[in-house]
Design a protein around this ligand. Structure first.
Ligand code: GLU
Length: 469
């Protein structure tokens, strides 16, 4: 596959749930392949499973894709395509295969087949192949797989896989009501949309020899295949929505930046080389080679993703950072009222937060001490910081801070001196003051926080803590 030949690729999600990060990786790889060849990217919603599809899942997927910069990109059709809109063509293709002798009707029930083969797990035995049945309600249409020869699936990621044709059962292509099954609908759509490369998850590998036979029987040249490895968690288990956090929407809502997600997802099974990992999307696209994608399972390392996200947060301009934080400064994230919030005050501490956040939603807990009337009550933080001797530190700080110059540096020098008098390093002397003022043991740099909060509020909180002790 040369980067110079314009390709037509597609991403074909089924709207049966939230948007899985594995789907997002497939979409990005398809997008990259299209972009680097000046080709076309088709978005096709495979919405034919009425029992499992919901319109809100479709919207969720389209919106999550848009958030990472991906959308239908076909000059001939604005899109996206919907598989359900092509149902008539799917039926026609089934009829065409029947007319050309590639398919036959079958009225075997599962029970009859099991009785004949002696097992529930064996494939179809070809019983109806030569019975010449015509269509009747309830009769499925089966594809007549070749008796001899082999089907060679050429996969740019996995190399060639050879399937002896006699091992491929005569599979169903249309149901008893005449509607095409997914396997056929998927091929017909790819054919109609003139797809030249199918890049998708490994779970479709077992469909591929059957689909390739369908392409050939429909008189077309099969696409180039590329099957991407499964994505696993830290226990090497396949990432699952019941066990793991898999929805792109959830990561974005929590404050993972789209750019960080895109960068991280691109590296799930592929490396841009030269030991570089954090790169702009255009550069990743430029370097991407589908041939270099790994076949082994890709580890979805949330720690690494989080570290990436931190880097991307650091790289934002101050204005971009303020804008990115905005959603987390109101309900449901924020525990203060809109009246309590003070944008100017927020902007004084925002630069401190930008250097330390890993995920944007952490901003809320980092700044709530500024907007709440009282610091949050957190028993664990309180008992950790308010050890014997804390009382004396708080009292001394309280009296020194009444007159200290109100700026971070002198506030720090003052507490340093108080700590020394009590034989404590600054870190230990800071802990009770931090918890008294912010309610938490960790947060923004303390003395800048005190400066921002102001003398009166700091003294009042120190008094309250002394009273509580
Ligand atoms: N709709 C299928 C899925 O979501 C994708 C099939 C394909 O990419 O060929 O798993």
């Amino acid at each position: 596959m040369s980067a110079a030949t314009p390709v037509r690729v597609r991403f074909a999600p089924s709207p049966t749930g939230m948007f899985h990060v594995g789907g997002a990786r497939s979409a990005l790889y398809n997008w990259a392949v299209a972009r680097q060849s000046g080709g076309v990217f088709v978005l096709r919603v495979e919405d034919t499973d009425a029992a499992r599809n919901k319109p809100e899942w479709t919207d969720g997927i389209i919106n999550a894709l848009a958030a990472i910069g991906i959308h239908q990109d076909d000059p001939t059709f604005e899109g996206p395509y919907f598989q359900s809109h092509n149902a008539e063509r799917h039926r026609e293709a089934a009829a065409q295969l029947r007319a050309s002798g590639h398919a036959y009707y079958c009225d075997c029930t599962r029970e009859q087949l099991t009785a004949r083969t002696g097992s529930e797990h064996l494939g179809y035995d070809g019983f109806c192949r030569d019975r010449g049945l015509t269509y009747a309600e309830g009769r499925a249409l089966r594809f007549r797989t070749p008796d001899e020869g082999e089907t060679v699936v050429k996969d740019v990621v996995r190399g060639d896989t050879v399937f002896p044709n006699k091992a491929i059962e005569d599979f169903v292509i249309a149901r008893g009501d005449g509607s095409a099954v997914f396997l056929l609908a998927n091929v017909v759509d790819d054919l109609d949309e003139k797809i030249t490369e199918v890049i998708r998850g490994e779970e479709h590998l077992s469909n591929t020899p059957k689909q390739q036979l369908l392409w050939e029987a429909l008189g077309a040249t099969p696409p180039v295949w590329a099957h991407l490895s499964v994505i696993v968690n830290e226990k090497r288990q396949k990432l699952s929505k019941r066990r793991d956090k898999v929805a792109l929407e959830d990561y974005l809502a929590e404050g993972f930046l789209p750019e960080a997600m895109v960068n991280y997802l691109m590296l799930l099974g592929w490396a841009p080389g030269e030991d570089e990992e954090i790169l702009p999307f255009e550069e990743l696209v430029r370097r991407f080679r589908i041939e270099d994608v790994n076949t082994s399972p890709a580890f979805f390392d949330i720690k690494k993703l989080t570290a990436f996200n931190g880097e991307y947060i650091r790289a934002l301009s101050p204005e971009q950072f303020l804008a990115a934080c905005a959603p987390y400064l109101t309900a449901p994230y924020a525990n203060w009222t809109p009246e309590q919030f003070d944008q100017a005050l927020f902007e004084t501490v925002a630069p401190l937060a930008q250097t330390r956040l890993a995920v944007l939603s952490e901003i809320t807990a980092n700044v709530d001490f500024l907007f709440l009337d009282q610091p949050v009550e957190d028993e664990a933080s309180w008992s950790k910081a308010m050890k014997p001797g804390a009382d004396a530190i708080l009292r001394d700080a309280r009296s020194a801070y009444e007159t200290a110059e109100w700026a971070a540096e002198p506030l720090k020098e003052t507490l340093l001196a108080i700590g020394e008098q009590h034989g404590l390093k600054l870190g230990k002397a800071q802990a009770p003051v931090r918890v008294a003022v912010t309610g938490r043991t960790v947060g923004l740099p303390l003395f800048e926080s005190l400066e921002a909060l102001g003398r009166d509020r700091v003294l009042a909180r120190l008094d309250a803590a002394i009273a509580k002790l």
